[in-house]
Design a binder for this molecule. Structure first.
Ligand code: NAD
Length: 478
């Protein structure tokens, strides 16, 4: 018997959770339930995190968490419980299978069967944002080697375990050569360890267009956090309905399973909601717990119920559906089908073999890191970059000198275009005069002189070479 944590959430949450638990227990799930309260009531009681400290203890002790959607009250500085849970528990991998159920659920893509594996902890979602000048704000995009290795390996292990043929990587590394470049590079490295699985990389824009147009061209797709957030909703929607998809959030220690939809407050308490999304989450949970035969039994009974035309209002369609049912009746229909296989839709078989091989990240030996310059960012209200250059060049010394100024990444000095639009946020790049290394003391000297000359410095970024390889991008147009 495995103890799991359950939160029934808000809105339609309690109804779909009751239905889901009833189905999986009827199928023989070997679980003991420990319930906690999260969400609206907890928020409104004054806890801005939406969860009590004791509930964290329960989640961390049981390690597996099945969560119904919750309502985050508007305004008032309430923090998203989902984001906090993912980050606190290190749930680095978000897995969302999106499969069409043609012809029983309307979709333009009858052949679609893809799994989106989304990095869940880093990228632009680290939430490190700063206003730097009157006109410019920034958000730091952090991509780490451990983050990339863990998520890419997870995608390949998932593909291997579930008999999938191909893993595709989406990035925008033609533009973001350092951040997305690292993700792509790690993808290529790890793909080599799985010669039996096909691998490919697409630039995200054309990849996304292809996915929305011809999803059957893809199998498993792995991508950084932001792209995955957007594209997993697109994938669920074009498969037929956001209301049918489940989601797994997997970490090294803990895991959380849920539906991808929200708490649909307008549908609450009316026995209307479709429990399928949460049931899909629960099936992933059973697989995670190694109760694969139970997971298989539930999934096949669910597929059979869908193809029998027993549908809740959200997917009910005259001429295709046979019977419009409520949440409870849908659950009863799935239970009645336990042990049966679908005849039109493809039945599933889940492997009982031991779970994924996900070794802990091993930190590599530190590189030889050489300081080869510094970018000094300044706020300046002027318009002509040549004027700024004249001012900034006063910081030049025997050892370092201004080599370039950019505005929003594009080079504006030397030899800028007068057509380039400039904001009040300027990056001034200093390089050592002899083309060699520079010292941190020289950076301090630059900044201290800038104070004396009344130059408004906002921040600096050190330019490093790692084992002789450049660790920074050139200015656009440089
Ligand atoms: P929603 O997903 O709750 O609803 C969108 C639409 O889909 C509505 O028309 C709704 O009636 C319908 N719908 C959703 N799930 C359904 C189901 N199972 N059966 C039938 N119809 C269903 O999105 P929303 O309205 O933007 O958000 C409502 C609340 O949910 C907000 O407070 C939001 O913060 C929260 N939310 C929570 C989660 C989560 O806890 N994981 C995720 C998304 C949104």
């Amino acid at each position: 018997m495995t103890k799991i944590t359950v939160a029934k959430g808000d809105g339609i949450g309690p109804e779909i959770m009751d239905a889901t638990l009833e189905i999986i227990l009827a199928a023989g799930a070997n679980i003991e339930i420990e319930e906690i309260e999260v969400g609206e009531k907890v928020y409104l009681a004054g806890n801005t995190a939406g969860i009590a400290k004791e509930s964290w203890d329960v989640i961390r002790r049981n390690k597996v968490f099945l969560k119904a959607p919750i309502t985050t009250p508007q305004g008032g500085g309430y923090k998203s419980l989902n984001v906090t849970t993912r980050k606190f528990l290190g749930l680095y991998s978000n897995v969302r299978p999106c499969m069409s159920l043609h012809p029983f659920v309307k979709t333009k893509h009858p052949e679609m069967d893809i799994v989106i594996v989304r990095e869940n902890e880093e990228d632009l979602y680290a939430g490190i944002e700063h206003q730097q000048t009157d006109e410019v704000v920034q958000c730091l995009k952090l991509i780490s080697r451990p983050g990339c290795e863990k998520i890419v390996r997870y995608a390949f292990e998932y593909a291997k375990h579930y008999g999938r043929k191909k893993v595709t990587c989406f990035t925008k590394d033609n533009i973001m050569k350092q951040t997305d470049g690292l993700f792509h590079q790690v993808f290529d490295e790890i793909a080599k360890e799985y010669p039996e699985i096909e691998n490919e990389h697409w630039i995200i824009d054309i990849g996304a267009a292809k996915m929305a147009d011809t999803p059957e061209a893809f199998d498993v797709i792995v991508m950084p956090n932001l792209y995955g957030d957007v594209l997993s909703d697109v994938a669920a929607q074009i498969a037929g309905s956001v209301g049918l998809a489940g989601s797994a959030n997997i970490g090294e220690e803990c895991a959380m399973f849920e539906a991808i939809h929200g708490s649909a407050p307008r549908r609450a308490g009316q026995n209307l909601a479709n429990p399928s999304g949460l049931l899909q989450g629960a099936i992933m949970m059973l697989n995670h717990l190694g109760q694969t035969k139970i997971a298989e039994k539930v999934q096949n009974a669910w597929l059979k119920t869908i193809e029998d035309g027993i549908h809740t209002y959200d997917i009910f369609k005259e001429g295709v559906s046979k019977q419009k049912v409520g949440t409870k009746e849908f659950a009863q229909a799935v239970i009645a089908n336990l042990g049966q296989q679908p005849t039109h839709l493809k039945s599933v078989t889940y492997s009982e073999e031991a779970s994924f091989n996900l070794p802990k990240y091993q930190r590599k030996p530190a590189s030889q890191k050489d300081l080869v310059g510094v970018d000094v960012f300044v706020q300046w209200q002027g318009l002509n970059p040549d004027e700024l250059a004249e001012k900034i060049q006063k910081l030049n010394s025997e050892k370092v000198q201004l080599s370039m100024i950019t505005n929003r990444g594009i080079k504006v000095w030397p030899e800028g275009f007068k057509e380039t639009f400039c904001t009040d946020h300027w990056r001034c790049r200093f390089k050592p005069t002899d083309g060699n290394l520079m010292s941190k003391q020289e950076i301090l000297n630059l900044l201290s002189q800038a104070v004396d000359l009344d130059i408004d410095t906002i921040k600096t970024e050190n330019l490093y070479n790692f084992n002789g390889k450049s660790g920074y991008s050139l200015g656009q147009g440089q």
